[in-house]
Design a binder for this molecule. Structure first.
Ligand code: ADP
Ligand code: ZN
Length: 737
């Protein structure tokens, strides 16, 4: 008997193995130990009808699970994902399993030993002259007072040592059983949210909920886009819809972009569904993740809240999948398999006959497009709850600021005055700049040279000030002291140019010495727990001004924030990416949406060099439909998604010429295969032409038929196996940079 096995080795296809006659056939979804070359690896059985390969077959060595560890439908979803994204099936399956299950350890549970008194023990206690020491009698009395016994650790805490328990157990007076401990990821809840079960929904929320519940009740596949402005109360709709679906005996998957940045949704769900909810995200320890995965697998929970990979959670009987902030780039995995959790959610929903709900204040062009053509339903929340107004937005033309106060201005007059105003009133401000570091480049005034990364084609970013200054590469983590003289011409005039969040933090502190200023970006929250600490401080009112990158734009709900300042709204606009406008619109809309969520109205101040750019203008008006109309026209004319599909191919090589040669060869073969069914652009040097010492060239294919593009590409790479390892294939890329 033959089986098909996925092994966690990059790029490797499914392998066929023999099951010896005396071994029962392992079910699909069970783990098996198989020989692979000179190694032995753990793989997952994915099919009982493998292709019959040529050559001699090797037998499996061991079956680790006698029933499926991974439900068959999840195995099948993973295989679909691998195929769609042109990734290895083993890779994909490894990405969806909890870390502990990938290895050979069959059970990574934390267990504890629980001692309980036996019938013989109870009798001994009641026999006055039973042969018991005082200590033993005490231990038995302790246990007799409990319903299910006590953990040995708890007994030790009360002076009953482990060997005393063992002695009692040997005499049959107590029993000792191992008990599984499910680590509780909510032991220390990140942020408490007030879930008011009796709160009355707004009229809009009620209408949205009714419509969505009706869709869910049909028990058939449907996708709905919930377009709700910031602060319109989408979370409340998710919660009630989840409760309604659960009441019909079906289960719910709730995806969120990054739990650390959006703790409120996870927190609201766990407060509402208490022990029927499991959490899956990368912030958990391996053990915690494993425990949660097992709880889901056992059917102990009805609701799973998690990030991207939770779309592969082994939850059965799913009736609803919610993707919150569906436009968010963190749904896309930036290593193989390069899947988009939102898109896999739609496929999972289709297979499960479930309702898939995509929620956002700024839906992706793709999703909204489907909502306008009728392929998806559209449900809107146009107003904020409690009639709170959207933030009033002021656009500041930075060219005028430069003319008035010189080119070094970072906080313009309007923004500085507004921050001062909030400080005076005891309200909070958020200041966004989507760029980390202190200065973004170092420039020599003598030779015009810049301080570049030795491994990558980017300039180094200066972090820190004074003696603590370091020059760092944001791509490869190269880090060096900032030289006193130019390394190219030895000239003494090195000037720092450009600015990032650290500089903004310094400027705010300089302008308002008494303000409590903090910074939220990837550098500031590297330490475990730092992010939670920062958000808690903001919530407690211990921060007056929080400066940060897009991390501050995510779904936070801080009622005392009444001002949002955007220092340079155009940071992303200059990028040669077809999503540059969409990203800019989303970022401004989302961050402006953080202001005025409490009783005080909010204000947003947007500093820009391009006050007339449509994505800035329309974001300031918070006019998503107008932005969509404008942007979709551009996409249609330029032939970009959602009107065509894209595949981004990056080929790496040790030399630039080598990369270009390989690129030309691949592009030539692709053009031949394409005929006129899709376009092949390139090869061209990738926007990041050199990364970690390797040169990179890019080929972009564009066409209506994704399957044809993928097939052509796979055929070309199969013909050049030497290249496959140096080529990255990104199907439906979010960015072509
Ligand atoms: P969104 O995700 O749409 O930006 P949230 O779900 O975060 O909005 O809701 C914004 C705020 O409004 C939250 O503080 C939430 O608790 C509150 N809220 C939601 N629905 C209601 C309601 N019906 N009545 C009062 N407050 C509400
Ligand atoms: Zn580098």
């Amino acid at each position: 008997m033959l089986i098909s096995v996925a092994v966690p080795v990059p790029q490797l296809d499914l392998l066929t193995y023999l099951v010896p006659d005396d071994v029962p056939r392992p079910p699909i979804g069970a783990r098996v130990v198989v020989p692979l070359g000179s190694r032995v690896v753990t793989g997952l059985v994915v099919s009982h009808e493998p292709p019959q390969p040529a050559g001699e077959l090797k037998p499996i060595q061991q079956v680790l699970d006698d029933s499926a560890l991974v439900p068959e439908e999840i195995v099948s979803l993973a295989l679909w994902t691998a195929e769609y994204y042109a990734a290895g099936p083993g890779d994909t399956i490894a990405a969806m399993l909890p870390p502990a299950a990938r290895g050979l350890r069959a059970d990574a549970h934390k267990t504890r030993r629980v001692a309980a008194i036996t019938v013989a023990g109870t009798e001994a206690l009641q026999t006055p002259d039973a042969p018991l020491t005082a200590k033993q009698r005490e231990a038995l009395e302790l246990l007799a007072g409990t319903a299910d016994g006590l953990a040995t650790a708890a007994l030790a805490g009360r002076g009953v040592a482990a060997d005393a328990v063992s002695r009692l157990a040997r005499r049959g007076l107590v029993s000792v059983r191992p008990e599984r401990v499910d680590r509780d990821p909510f032991e220390a809840p990140a942020l408490d949210v007030d879930v008011d079960r009796n709160r009355r929904l707004t009229a809009e929320q009620t209408r949205a909920l009714e419509r969505l519940s009706a869709l869910a009740d049909r028990r058939e596949f449907r996708v709905a886009v919930l377009h709700g402005v910031t602060g319109s109360g989408k979370t409340e709709v998710y919660l009630r819809l989840a409760a309604a679906v659960r009441a019909t005996e079906r289960r719910v998957l709730m995806l969120v972009p990054e739990i650390g940045l959006t703790p409120a949704v996870a927190s609201a769900f766990s407060q509402t569904f208490v022990d029927r909810v499991a959490v899956q995200h990368s912030g958990l320890s391996d053990g915690e993740r494993h425990d949660q995965w097992q709880r889901i697998r056992r059917g102990d929970v009805d609701i799973v809240v998690g990030t991207r990979s939770a779309i592969f959670a082994p939850l059965q009987n799913v009736g609803l999948i919610v993707v919150d902030e569906e436009h968010d780039a963190s749904y896309k995995q930036d290593e193989s398999p390069r899947y988009n959790g939102r898109d896999v959610a739609v496929v999972r929903g289709q297979r499960a006959g479930a309702l898939v709900l995509l929620g956002s204040a700024t839906p992706s062009l793709e999703s909204y497009h489907h909502a306008t053509t009728g392929k998806y339903e559209r449900v809107t929340l146009e107003r904020r709850v409690l009639d709170r107004p959207l933030a009033a937005v002021t656009v500041v033309d930075m060219r005028e600021e430069y003319a008035a106060a010189g080119p070094d201005v970072i906080l313009g007059r309007t923004l500085a005055a507004a921050i001062g105003d909030r400080l005076g009133r005891g309200e909070q401000s958020l200041v966004l700049l989507n760029r980390r570091g202190f200065s973004t480049a170092v420039f020599c005034r003598q030779c015009a040279g810049t301080l570049d990364c030795p491994n990558c084609s980017v300039s180094l970013v200066i972090h820190g000030e004074g003696r603590a200054r370091r020059a760092r590469c944001h791509y490869c983590n190269y880090s060096a002291r900032v030289p006193a003289a130019c390394p190219l011409c030895a000239g003494p005039y090195l000037e720092q140019t450009g600015f990032g969040t650290e500089r903004v933090e310094a400027e705010v502190t300089k302008a308002f010495p008494r303000a409590r200023v903090a910074r939220l970006d990837r550098d500031a929250v590297r330490r475990r727990g730092a992010l939670t600490a920062l958000l808690s401080k903001l919530k407690a009112g211990d921060i007056d001004v929080l400066v940060g990158t897009q991390m501050i734009a995510k779904g936070h709900d801080f009622p005392r924030v009444t001002l949002v300042g955007i220092v340079s709204a155009d940071v992303g606009l200059g990028l040669a990416d077809f999503r540059a406008s969409e990203r800019t619109f989303q970022l401004i809309t989302q961050v402006a949406g953080r202001a005025g969520r409490g009783d005080q109205p909010g204000e947003a101040i947007v500093q820009t060099l391009y006050p007339d750019h449509y994505s800035i203008q329309l974001a300031c008006r918070q006019d998503y439909p107008a932005f969509y109309e404008r942007e979709v026209k551009f996409r249609r004319e330029m032939r970009y998604p959602p009107f065509v599909s894209l595949v981004n191919l990056v080929i790496r090589a040790r030399t630039f010429a080598g990369a270009m040669d390989d690129g030309a060869d691949v592009a030539g073969r692709l053009r031949e295969a394409a005929g006129n069914s899709f376009a092949v652009l390139g090869p061209a040097p990738a926007p990041l032409g050199k990364l970690r010492g390797e040169f990179r060239v890019q080929i972009l294919t564009k066409g209506a038929n994704r399957t044809r593009m993928r097939a052509a590409l796979q055929a070309v790479l199969a013909a050049r196996p030497d290249l496959a390892k140096r080529t990255t294939v990104d199907i439906d890329p979010l960015s072509v940079l």
